[in-house]
Design a protein around this ligand. Structure first.
Ligand code: NDP
Length: 338
């Protein structure tokens, strides 16, 4: 069995050499234990700051969809798929009662994935998992969006942003997305039904919103922080609402002594436009997680919620897939197929 440990804390953009592949023998199963074999592994932006926090030698964290490859526990039959928080590991042996399914420190147990009506179990890492729940509740619960309002989403072609924009459309909003490549912009407009989408690398937020939101923005779902966040917030209506989800524009500043993660001072647009800004961590919604997954699955089945996965082949490519995610190579959810 293989695992990736953190060899050195990344300085700026992570490098493949910051991670070390370790190979170990699979131990024999004791009574009550199971052997999990990772099938799909998630790479997510939060892993960048985890890589600055976990001790050197620690296993990189993360969620996986795994198959029970062997079992001495009647509750976990060989062959079933589970959602597990195993991190960057090809296999894990242990007592399933002590394993968790969610990332970080939430208290849930290992989740046996139900039959999701023919959709790939990998969706439990994306549209039907943590990013989907982030989008659904981060938008609806925190910003109380209404039909006819104008929604802006940054990081719009990613795992979270693509779901946010489509939920905005389901709710009857005008949806404007920002993403970093022309093919992503085309996907947002032509397939996901965004009203407007822009490549923030080739146009300015000011120019884009002058065209698409001349009367101002009601709701901003912020996946990136930094200059884009500042520029959108300046163009919000009085009492606009902001869901502060992520700040990927500054994650690679972690560990760079000369580059503390400083964003433009967003206080000025927050004060002058009297904005309500809600920071959150998705685990706050553990109590209604399953309900949210079923709602998202319903939208997928009705054809109202489309998704894409950017799949990297091979467990050994975990660091590459992670680095490419931070560079913007993914459209939709970035995953690794072991
Ligand atoms: P994505 O699938 O959106 O992948 C990351 C994307 O970020 C890249 O594809 C890239 O797209 C974009 N990006 C990279 N660098 C920059 C930059 N400097 N400026 C603008 N965009 C950049 O990731 P997720 O959907 O999984 O996550 C989106 C955000 O939501 C992240 O900030 C993440 O940390 C946050 N998050 C927060 C959660 C919470 O509980 N608060 C839970 C889950 C996610 P592009 O080509 O468009 O630049």
């Amino acid at each position: 069995m293989k695992k990736y440990i953190l060899k050195s804390h990344p300085v700026g953009e992570p490098k493949v050499s910051d991670f070390e592949l370790v190979t170990e023998e699979v131990p024999a199963l004791k009574d009550g234990e199971i052997l999990l074999e990772s099938v799909f592994l998630s790479v997510d932006p939060y892993m960048r700051y985890k890589a600055s926090m976990i001790p050197q030698g620690g296993v990189m964290p993360g969620q996986v969809v795994a198959r029970v490859a062997d079992s001495k526990n009647a509750a976990y039959k060989k062959g079933v798929h589970v959602l597990a928080s195993c991190g960057w590991q090809s296999h894990v042996v242990g007592d399933p009662e002590k394993m968790k399914s969610s990332f970080d420190d939430s208290k849930d147990r290992l989740t046996i994935l139900p039959d999701m009506g023919g959709v790939s179990p990998s969706l439990a890492l994306g549209v039907l998992g943590m990013p989907g729940i982030t989008a659904l509740y981060g938008l609806i619960d925190l910003t109380q969006p209404k039909a006819g309002e104008t929604l802006v989403v940054s990081g719009a072609a990613g795992a979270v942003g693509s779901v946010v924009g489509q939920i905005g459309k389901i709710l009857g909003m005008k949806v404007i997305g920002f993403a970093g490549a022309d093919d992503k912009v085309a996907w947002l407009k032509d397939e996901l039904g965004f009203d407007y989408a822009y490549n923030y690398k080739t146009t300015t937020v000011a120019k884009a919103l002058k065209e698409s939101a001349p009367d101002g923005v009601d709701v901003y779902f912020d996946n990136v922080g930094g200059q884009i966040a500042y520029d959108v917030m300046l163009r919000m209506k009085q009492f606009g609402r902001v869901s502060c989800c992520g700040a990927i524009a500054s994650y690679n500043d972690l560990g760079v002594p000369s580059k503390p993660p400083l964003a433009p001072a967003v206080q000025i647009p927050i004060i002058s436009n009297q904005l309500s800004c809600h920071g959150f961590i998705v685990t706050r919604w553990m109590n209604k997680w399953q309900e949210g997954v079923l709602q998202l699955l319903g939208y997928v089945k009705q054809g109202k919620l489309k998704y894409k996965e950017t799949v990297t082949d091979g467990f050994e490519k975990m660091p590459n897939a992670f680095i490419e995610l931070l560079r913007g190579a993914n459209t939709g959810k970035a995953i690794v197929k072991a």
